[in-house]
Design a protein around this ligand. Structure first.
Ligand code: SF4
Length: 719
């Protein structure tokens, strides 16, 4: 019986139960799965994040377990352009291992790359990073989380010395007198979170939403600021300018707990609200009301999400809001602070344990000699044998199959054909590879291009841990075993590692002298064993999981990192006394507004912004297959203001083309006064003609590598 599932005793009925969490977003709502006579039902479970609520995606999540599209046998393509055909696991794994070896022998270790996902468990993210660095010896690993939280992560590290999305429990939102949401639409992306906002409102708190669209969340706000996409930084600096001018700063906090304010003061002194109004369209009066609402209350919280972060200046935009929060003395005070709303299910844990190009487990830097020595010691290899940093996700994908780029790619838990910016170009790069391997449980659009597809287990078939948007480590508990023919990702890595033994120099060394003598010991398929090793590898790092055990998580409602000691406390609220920087102070950093990477012009006179809808998750590879979700949101659309539609002569439901310098999307027009007349919106969950990322810009933030998903220049035409 799988860990965490209970088998009832009544003969003939055999219900099983598992108390677990939703497979989708970072709220990680608690749920109970119950299987009776082969049918799995989902029920909400009271948990601090969801308080007994689930959204439509969570309620219907079990439908994919026995879905007819489920992959249950490996697939192989015998020749380019040929069809995928069923194969045995031995044949598929031999093909992968043989192909990887041949490519590396010919082109070197960096000719193989690995691409992970923000939905992988901590154990899988850790094992994937180790597999890349040790079994393959490649520096090329990154993941799709680069496209979600990386700008907030980089800004948080720069300012606070640590990147934890929310440095306080979600319940703190309910205590805030003022809550400012910037580029976040939780009413659609994570509806149960709105229960915390309802608490806040019931207590008399104010909600202010900054979003170019009057979203479902913005409709509930006391004040909605509707800036032009890409001008949030100007808005933030103007808010700080007003706070400075009005004398609303927390001077004692700035003096005692921060550094670098003088330069920020000089910079924002020139950030006049009237100029911010000119850039963003947000009236000065609304900027003043927002600054007052944040600065003249006891408790205020500022949260950013993808709307502010997915820009080529995403790090600086988040930094501007952190500057505002620090100047008002918010971080570290109960019911106050700055945070980022993480998106993907394990977006937080997935960026802590080695999936990122520049990181080792525990949020250690791969170019830090002490970090390399520690992790190499746990892995039983020479630190010098570990590769150096790779490149961020888009750069990596854009280099595939080129003369100096990787020739092979292993994809786990990601669908870049739909989710990557400038997706047609990424698709073409994938086609140029000598070997594309995709591990997934459904045939995604990326799997359709693969040479080898490996069928892997789903969330209800595996044990492990996830780290939610609060930095709370949770238990994923299996309800049932994977179906025949399906293996877990960890088992796939273990089997490949066994075939690659003796390949990369560090891997040879591991087997010659390290503490791990067999591939099974180096790459165990048992998630408990992987987590035990992860704890040791993360010990002493910024994201320290050394004191987090599965038993401890089971005994409570999860464990907040850092937690260095199993007998010591965890860390639900950070920054109360000091920041984890060398001098214990948070760091201001002066930032200024700059235009979007691609300004509008006569040929492309409109702004396109992209986002999500309630019924779908990420690339939609899963949720597009769920009948109820497909009925709720059957396809892509283009949202236009009626004034714009009138100018273009476009009627409701009429198909339009949205054209950028990179490509076009076609979808029905949806007319709505909720969007600015100079901006159109398209959700990014669909492939084919409605693929929003055919149009998006691949300009990236120079610090985080975040692409500019949220704004590019387009024209809209009747199709
Ligand atoms: S998708 Fe997110 S909000 Fe919806 S049930 Fe799952 S975890 Fe909760």
């Amino acid at each position: 019986m799988t860990d965490g599932a209970r088998l009832a005793t009544q003969p003939g009925v055999r219900p099983r139960e598992a108390a677990t969490h939703c497979p989708y977003c970072a709220l990680q709502c608690g749920m109970v799965l119950r299987e009776t006579a082969g049918r799995v039902e989902v029920a909400p479970r009271d948990f601090p994040t969801n308080r007994g609520g689930l959204c439509q995606k969570g309620w219907t999540s079990a439908e994919l377990l026995d879905h007819p599209d489920r992959l249950t046998t490996p697939l192989l393509r015998d020749r380019p352009g040929g069809e995928l055909r069923p194969a045995s696991w031995d044949e598929a794994l031999d093909r992968v291992a043989g192909g990887l070896r041949a490519i590396q022998e010919r082109h070197g270790p960096d000719a193989v790359a690995v691409f992970g996902g923000g939905g992988l468990t901590n154990e899988k993210a850790y094992a994937l990073g180790k597999f890349a660095r040790v079994a393959l010896g490649t520096r090329h690993i990154d993941y799709n989380g680069r496209w979600c939280m990386s700008s907030a992560a980089a800004a948080g590290l720069r300012a606070f010395g640590v990147d934890r999305g929310l440095p306080f429990p979600l319940a703190d939102l309910g205590r805030a007198d003022t809550l400012l949401l910037v580029g976040a639409n939780p009413a659609e992306t994570m509806p149960p979170l709105m229960r915390h906002l309802a608490d806040q409102r019931e207590r008399g708190g104010r909600l202010i939403v900054v979003d170019p669209r009057l979203t479902a969340t913005a409709r509930q706000a006391d004040l909605h600021l509707q800036p032009l996409p890409g001008t949030d930084l100007a808005v933030a600096n103007a808010l700080l300018h007003i706070a400075l001018t009005e004398g609303w700063l927390d001077r004692a906090y700035v003096a005692d707990r921060t550094t670098g304010f003088d330069e920020v003061r000089r910079t924002v002194a020139g950030c006049w609200p009237a100029e911010a109004e000119r850039l963003s369209g947000v009236p000065v009066a609304d900027l003043e009301a927002t600054a007052r609402a944040l600065a003249t209350v006891d408790r205020a919280v500022i949260l950013t999400a993808r709307g502010a972060e997915q820009h080529a200046k995403g790090v600086d935009t988040v930094t501007a809001f952190i500057n505002l929060a620090l100047a008002l003395g918010l971080p570290g005070r109960p019911g106050s602070g700055y945070g980022c709303l993480t998106g993907q299910g394990n977006g937080q844990g997935g960026r802590e344990h080695g999936q990122k190009a520049d990181q080792l487990p525990g949020y250690r830097r791969i170019d830090d000699p002490a970090a390399r020595e520690h992790v190499a010691g746990v892995w039983g290899v020479d630190p010098a044998a570990l590769p150096g940093p790779g490149v961020p996700a888009y750069q990596l994908l854009d280099s595939l199959g080129t003369p100096h780029g990787p020739r092979a790619l292993l994809v786990f838990g990601s669908n870049p054909v739909v989710s990557a910016p400038r997706a047609a170009r990424v698709e073409s790069r994938l086609r140029d590879l000598d070997l594309l391997v995709v591990a997934d449980f459904l045939r995604s659009e990326t799997a359709d291009l693969a040479d080898v597809v490996l069928p892997v287990a789903q969330w209800a078939e595996e044990d492990g841990t996830m780290t939610n948007l609060e930095g709370r480590v949770l238990r994923r508990r299996a309800l049932r075993e994977p179906p025949p023919g399906v293996r877990t990702d960890l088992a796939v890595l273990a089997a490949l590692a066994a075939r690659l033994k003796g390949g990369a120099p560090s891997y040879r060394e591991m087997h010659n002298k390290g503490p791990f003598l067999t591939p099974e010991e180096a790459f165990p398929a048992d998630p408990r064993a992987v987590f035990a090793e992860l704890r040791r590898a993360s010990a002493g790092g910024p994201a320290d999981y050394a004191g987090v055990s599965w038993d401890r998580i089971d005994a409570d409602t999860g464990v907040f990192w850092p937690c260095p000691d199993e007998d010591g406390p965890d860390s639900p609220r950070l920054f109360t006394d000091r920041f984890p920087t060398p001098d214990g102070r948070a760091r201001f950093r002066a930032v200024t507004h700059r235009p979007a990477a691609e300004p509008v012009c006569a040929d492309y006179p409109l702004h396109l912004t992209t986002g999500r809808v309630l019924a779908h998750y990420q690339s939609g590879a899963q949720t597009r297959r769920v009948a109820a979700l497909r009925r709720a949101a059957p396809g892509g659309f283009v949202e236009l203001h009626p004034d714009l539609a009138g100018r273009l002569g476009v009627a409701e439901g009429e198909e339009v083309r949205v054209v950028s310098r990179r490509g076009e999307l076609r979808a029905p027009a949806r007319l709505s006064p909720a969007i600015r007349p100079d901006t159109v919106f398209a959700p990014f969950h669909w492939p084919g003609a409605a693929r929003a990322n055919s149009v998006t810009n691949d300009a990236v933030d120079p610090v985080s590598g975040m692409p500019e998903f949220k704004i590019c220049a387009v024209r809209v035409e009747k199709a």
